[in-house]
Structure formats: structure tokens, C-alpha cells
Ligand binder design. Structure first.
Ligand SMILES: [Mn+2]
Length: 408
């Protein structure tokens, strides 16, 4: 009998890594009373349609959804329909879809259904929901393809695994040790000979320490903790800026599919096309038609007609379809810059937000909208009696994290 090699499909396999879809995020949108939806849902649909186009054009065989598919645990029917339309296109093209739950949709109560549960129950062809740390394996062109998955890790899980005590805030060191144990367990569950990737929804940093990462004790690990055999690629979600966290095997955040706040104003948005075989992966970023954010600071001190002046200054920017924030410095006693006067002068703007800074040393009443994320955090810590004594240390940690998230 001649020995005949088993027939194998062509390697590498092409996959599309998507994360942080945040369907139903209504920030910076308007309510459309006719359809009873927030207009940002159209942005989310547009980005998902372009990603389905990419999946079909690139002939990817699998799509990884690395968590935060929905912005909330209770999406509206219109929001569910946007996701259903996306899944139907992929499933109809015989693309395997692997979805894990992120912090925005994973219920902390183990008995409670997530907004993805019913899609799993419907047994849509090729759709795989992974709601607990586990490995899902399918056959693609005769090759076993394994997805090891860590949905947003929960406090009760790290306690149950013995890496933290009930009632204590787990330190980053404890989280790193727990996640390392999960990765080892999942690596051992991958069928031998499979082409394997790991997907997870969590924070990563370069170094973990015993001091608090943030007062809520959220799941975090070193990127290196995830970068291990047999995984050729690690598809992450949670951090909204696309970034490479570890070079080999690549540990990658695809980033959110659309812009979600002003810190992302100058950042490209999209997903990652990955070509993968048993040992290696090559990847490239593909952009989505994300909504533009334009952030303008202006000094309007002493201007008698601030709305008129602001409109003239804003004309120096491309405002077509933009979510625009104007941070205006004014003197005490100046006519306040009024959004209702300015808005009609900028009809091409999608959404306008005005932040006034008063140049007098006096503070405006507390409003989270008037702050940068770091400023809001500092204000929050200052106003909390238990956190205030640790302000300098917490702010230092927050700044280094923020810089890292921005890839500095
Ligand atoms: Mn998240």
C-alpha cells in the first residue's frame, strides 16, 4: 500500500480580528424620533458593513469578535438588528464567527443571559459564543482551527480559583498569576496539530506591581503572559486604540471599530487581517469609515459676540460630518458662548459640544463633560475621602497607563 499524505487545505488561514464594536453607544449622537434610534447607530452599522465587505473581499475563513460587541447588557431591538445583519452576512458566506463577552455585556451573575445568548441558542451556522474560559475548535479546509478564549474575567472567578480573597480588591500581580494559569490550562486543551489563537478581553501592561492598577481592581496582565505556545496570534479587546502589545507571537488590540471619544480624534479605527499557520502570523490593520472627531481650543476672552467669532475660527477646520468639541476660554463677565447661537452657523457639523473655561481662577460647577479623562479622574479622586490621600500615586499610575494606551 502506498503511503498517501492526508489531504490538507492551503495554509495560511486568513482571519479577521475585530473588537469593541460597542453597538448602542449613544455618546455624541442625536435621537431620531422617526426610527426611535440614536443616530450613532448608523455609524456603527456603516463600520460593520465595511468590515463585512472586508471579510468577503479578503475571503477570510474566520472572524474573531474580542468582546464589547454591545455597549450595554440590554441592547434595544434596533441595536440587536444591526448585529444580526452583520452576523447574517458572515454566516451566509460560510465564515466561522467566534464571539467572546466583554465587560460591557458579560453579566456578573452567572445565571443571567447576555445579549449574545439568544444568538447562540438560535444555532446560527458558524456562530460560536464563548462565555467562559474555554477552547472552541472547528475544521477549516481540513485543518483543525482552535480558538482559546478568555471573556472579561470576573472577580468571582479569580476568587474561586484561589488567586484572591473574597472581599479584597485583586492586585495586578494576582490578576496576572490567575490569567497565566488560565492561559496554561487553555494551551493544554488545544488539540495537538491545531492552528491555534488566543482571544481575550482585558487590560495588558508591560509590568505588573502590587500597587492598585485602579481602585476597581479590573483584570489585567502582562502582554507577555498571553504570548505563549501553541498560540500563533493573540486577539485582544478592551483598549480602544489599536496597538501591538507584544511582538512574537503578536499580541494585538485591534481597537474599537469607530471613534468613541475625543482621545481618539487623531487615531485610525478598524480591524486586523491576520494570516496564520501553526507557528507564525502576519497581520495588517484595515481601516473603517469611522466618524471624525474635531477638537478645537479657542481663546474668546473679551470677544463681544463669541458665537459669531467661534463660527469664524471653526471655519479653519474640515467640519463636514464631524463631532466637534470647542473648548472656549472666556473671561468672567464675558457673554457666554452659547451653543444654541453657534449651532445654526455650523450646519455641516454632526454634533457640537461646547466646554467653557473661565479665566478667573473660579471653577465652573462640577460637570464630567468639562474635563479631560485625566482631569476628571483627578477631580474624582480629590473629592473622595478614601482615595484623596493616595492621589499622587494614583495619578502617576493613571498617567503611565494613559501614555501606554496611547502608545508613547
Ligand atoms: Mn471593554
Amino acid at each position: 500500500m502506498p503511503i498517501v499524505a492526508a489531504k490538507r487545505g492551503a495554509l495560511p488561514i486568513k482571519i479577521l480580528h475585530i473588537a469593541d464594536l460597542h453597538i448602542g453607544d449613544r455618546r455624541y449622537g442625536r435621537f431620531d424620533p422617526v426610527r426611535s434610534v440614536n443616530t450613532r447607530l448608523d455609524d456603527q452599522r456603516l463600520c460593520l458593513n465595511s468590515l463585512a465587505d472586508t471579510a468577503l473581499k479578503e475571503r477570510v475563513r474566520a472572524v474573531i469578535l474580542a468582546g464589547d460587541i454591545y455597549h450595554s447588557r440590554t441592547p434595544t431591538p434596533a441595536e440587536e438588528d444591526v448585529f444580526a445583519e452583520f452576523i447574517a452576512r458572515l454566516s451566509g458566506a460560510n465564515i466561522e464567527i467566534f464571539a467572546i463577552t466583554g465587560n460591557h455585556e458579560r453579566p456578573s451573575n452567572p445565571g443571567r443571559a447576555s445579549p449574545l445568548t439568544h444568538i447562540d441558542t438560535l444555532r446560527i451556522p458558524n456562530f460560536h459564543l464563548i462565555n467562559e474560559p474555554s477552547v472552541a475548535t472547528v475544521i477549516i479546509d481540513g485543518e483543525p482551527f482552535a480558538v482559546a478564549a478568555i471573556p472579561w474575567p470576573l472577580r468571582r472567578e479569580i476568587v474561586a480559583a484561589g488567586f484572591a480573597q473574597e472581599g479584597e480588591t485583586p492586585s495586578p500581580v494576582a490578576w496576572d498569576a490567575y490569567i497565566a494559569s488560565l492561559v496554561r490550562r487553555l494551551a493544554a486543551e488545544v488539540p495537538p496539530d491545531a492552528i491555534a489563537i488566543l482571544t481575550a478581553h482585558l487590560w495588558t501592561v508591560d509590568v505588573v506591581t502590587d500597587s492598585p492598577f485602579d481602585p476597581r481592581g479590573e483584570p489585567i496582565c502582562r502582554a507577555e503572559t498571553l504570548a505563549r505556545s501553541p498560540f500563533s496570534y493573540i486577539a485582544l479587546g478592551h483598549i480602544h486604540k489599536h496597538r501591538l502589545s507584544w511582538p512574537s507571537p503578536p499580541v494585538v488590540y485591534s481597537g474599537s471599530i469607530d471613534r468613541t471619544d475625543f482621545s481618539e480624534a487623531r487615531i485610525a479605527k478598524g480591524a486586523v487581517v491576520v494570516e496564520i499557520d501553526r507557528q507564525t502570523a502576519s497581520w495588517r490593520f484595515v481601516e473603517t469609515p469611522a466618524r471624525r472627531f474635531v477638537d478645537i481650543e479657542m481663546n474668546l476672552e473679551g470677544f463681544p459676540q463669541p458665537a459669531e467669532s467661534a463660527a469664524i475660527m471653526a471655519r479653519n477646520y474640515d467640519l463636514e460630518g464631524a463631532i466637534l468639541r470647542i473648548t472656549a476660554t472666556q473671561a468672567k463677565g464675558d457673554t457666554p458662548l452659547d451653543g444654541r447661537r453657534l449651532r445654526p452657523k455650523l450646519p455641516e457639523v454632526f454634533f457640537l459640544r461646547i466646554v467653557r473655561k473661565i479665566e478667573s481662577g473660579e471653577r465652573e460647577p462640577f460637570s464630567a463633560r468639562a474635563f479631560t479623562p485625566m482631569g476628571a479622574l483627578e477631580e474624582y479622586i480629590s473629592r473622595d475621602k478614601t482615595l484623596a490621600p493616595f492621589k499622587d500615586r494614583l495619578m502617576k499610575l493613571a498617567r503611565s497607563l494613559s501614555e501606554e494606551v496611547r502608545g508613547k
